[in-house]
Each structure stands twice: as C-alpha cells, then as structure tokens.
Write a protein of this length. Structure first.
Length: 374
C-alpha cells in the first residue's frame, strides 16, 4: 500500500519552568553545628545557574573545568594538575591512593577526620592502613613522624607511604608555614609523600595571611584536597597535585573511586566562582571573624564557661555544664565534641560559616547566658 509519507515529528521541547517550590526547611534557622550546614553563597549559586543550558562535553571535557585548571595553577603552581570530585571523603581517598601503594600505610593525627569521620573509606577503597600519631593540639610533630616511619620499616609492618595533615585541624589549630616545611622535609627525606586535607584550607590561609599554595604545594606538599563545600560551595571539592609524577594514576583512581561526575561543569563552576577572584578569601575571612567575635563573647560569660583551645580559624571550643549545653543546643544547634570533659561538663564546638553574622553570634551568646542563669 502506498501513500504520502508522514513527516517526522519535531522533538518535544522542554516546558517553561513553573513556580519555584517552597523550601522544606526554615530558612531563618541559624546554627553553629558545622559550616556544612550553611547554604551556597549567592555568587556560587549564580555561577551554577550561568553554567546551565545548552550542551557541553561531559566528564570534565567542558570550558568550566578547563578554566578551573588554569585558575588552580595560578594558586598552586604552573606544574600542578587537578581532578574535580564530589565529596571531601572522595577527595582524600583519591589523593591518598594516588600517593601510596596498596601495601603501604598512611600516618595521620590521632584527631584526624580521615581517621574518625570517614567510615574507614580509605582502608575499604584504597587498602591503606591508617596509623595515628599522638597530638594534644591536632598538630603532628616532626619527631613523632620520624619515629613512626622508622618503626614501620621492618618486614612485618606496613611501610609508610604518605603523611596526611588537616589544615586547619579538627581542633581549630593551624599549621604555620615553618611547621609544614619541617614536616615536608622530614617526610621527603624518608621517602614519604605528604597530603593536606584542606577542607578548611581557606580558613587557615586567611588566618596566616597566606595564599593557598603558600601553605601547600609551594612548600613541597604533594597533594591537596581543596574544599569548596565548607566555604560557600555545595558538592565542590578538587584534588590538586604538585605534579603528575607526584601522584600517578589520579584520573583513573578518580573514576574507580566513584568520584568522576558526568556533569562536572556544575562542580567546576562553583570552584571557579570561589577561586577565580577573592570570594574564597572573603568567605573564609568572614567565618574567621565571626569565630573570633564568638570567642570574645564566650570569655565574658563567666567562670562556668571557658575556652578550651586557641581560636585560630573558624572553630571555637568551650567547656560548659552538660545540662546547659543540652538545653542551649536544642535552641541553637552546635556540636558536643567531648561529652566527658569533666564532672558534669562537656566540651562544645561552635563552627562559624561564611554567612554567620554578628546577630547570629549575639543570639547564641544570649541563649548561653539564659541557660546558664536557669
């Protein structure tokens, strides 16, 4: 049977977007539990919107990721290479796998996030044993590093392949450039590579008036997990290596570790918004300033509350009565770091975010005063 051929139908077009959905949370609620709780900086969110629309290459073959590579070389040095990932844990696992052989171990602080808060991800995915080093302030001592490396050189041990350092540390302290230089020197003399978990590297850099590279690759650090999520981004992390030779197989390991995003342009766009100009610095400076303001207020609360650690970046640690902490945290969220700090006392951690305001700080201090008075 013959007839007039049917013309092909044109492809369906996307409908115009409908009204914006109502938020499922209370946007007015503020807290100090973590800088992960904050939203995205408006400039970062705008960068994601600008990256939308049209078709570009996937898996990092896009103009945003290419531009980010150049920006990162400006921060960390012309020979550096980078790999955008989705999570901080993913960044640490990919970087440390690239720095070590599977039979080797990784040294870290006894307080390290990679040791306590990543669910054994490095051991499970990368196969490397984590060995904690003693510390009272979150900072690793070069002498402890050397002893641990030499102790693990026997035939029955897992030899040390890498040292991972957190900057700023889990206790809010910060490695100085000189301290890092000493650690890198000892590690490299012993054949050990150095990784920096830089989830809050921006806060540490601002605290010392230094650039991101000045505290890492320019001191000889081999790989950095550079965080954007805690500094105004959302799902925005990147591994930066001093050279391709320093961390071979980075691209392959990213894929095997489930960290290669198909629509990488959206993660890269966030990091570009933070790093191409000075937004990373402005955000970290605002968070650090809010923490310093809070620390001064805590000191004025009286003898029942005291700061327990020096305030160097955007975290404040304080000891207070357990009942006071429980009631106060129900009103303004914060984290109990040590639930057994003393008889009926806890150590609380308050983390300031890029959008923490003076009013937020004043509100928390008011809550603490009211609960102390009960």
């Amino acid at each position: 049977m013959t007839g007039t051929p049917t013309a092909p139908r044109p492809p369906a077009t996307a409908q115009e977007p409908g009204p914006a959905p109502a938020p499922r949370h209370d946007p007015s609620r503020r807290g100090f539990a973590s800088d992960n709780a904050a939203g995205m900086h408006p400039e970062v969110l705008a960068a994601v919107v600008a990256a939308n629309g049209g078709h570009v290459g996937s898996y990092g073959a896009d103009p945003y990721t290419a531009a980010l590579d150049e920006v990162l070389r400006g921060h960390f040095g012309p020979g550096t290479a980078s790999a955008v990932v989705l999570t901080g844990t993913g960044a640490n696992v990919v970087a440390l796998q690239a720095l070590t052989h599977r039979w080797e171990s990784v040294l870290c602080s006894a307080d390290a996030h990679v040791l306590h808060d990543e669910g054994g991800a490095l051991e499970h995915v990368g196969g490397a044993k984590l060995i904690p080093l003693p510390t009272s302030d979150g900072l690793v001592d070069p002498a402890d590093l050397e002893r641990a490396v030499r102790r693990a050189q026997g035939p029955m041990s897992a030899p040390v392949g890498a040292l991972t350092l957190t900057q700023s540390t889990e206790l809010g302290t910060v490695y100085s450039a000189q301290h890092l230089r000493e650690l890198v020197g000892v590690a490299h003399d012993l054949g050990v590579r150095v990784h920096v978990d830089g989830a809050r590297l921006a806060n540490a850099a601002v605290a010392q008036g230094a650039g991101l590279g000045e505290l890492t690759t320019r001191l000889g650090v081999d790989a950095v997990s550079l965080g954007g999520t805690k500094n105004g981004g959302g799902l925005a992390e990147v591994v930066v290596v001093r050279s391709g030779e320093a961390a071979p197989g980075l691209a392959r390991l990213r894929k095997q570790s489930l960290q290669l995003a198909s629509k990488a342009r959206f993660a890269s766009a966030q990091l570009l918004a933070l790093l191409e100009g000075d937004l990373w610095l402005r955000n970290a400076a605002a968070a650090n300033a809010a923490a310093a303001l809070l620390a001064r207020g805590v000191e004025d609360l009286g003898s029942r509350v005291r700061l327990t650690r020096p305030v160097r970046a955007n975290a404040v640690f304080a000891a207070l009565p357990a009942a006071v902490a429980e009631r106060a945290a129900a009103r303004v969220p914060f984290f109990v770091w040590d639930p057994h700090h003393g008889p009926d006392r806890v150590e609380a951690r308050f983390v300031a975010s890029f959008d923490t305001t003076g009013a937020d700080v004043a509100g928390l201090l008011t809550v603490l005063r009211e609960e102390l008075a009960r």
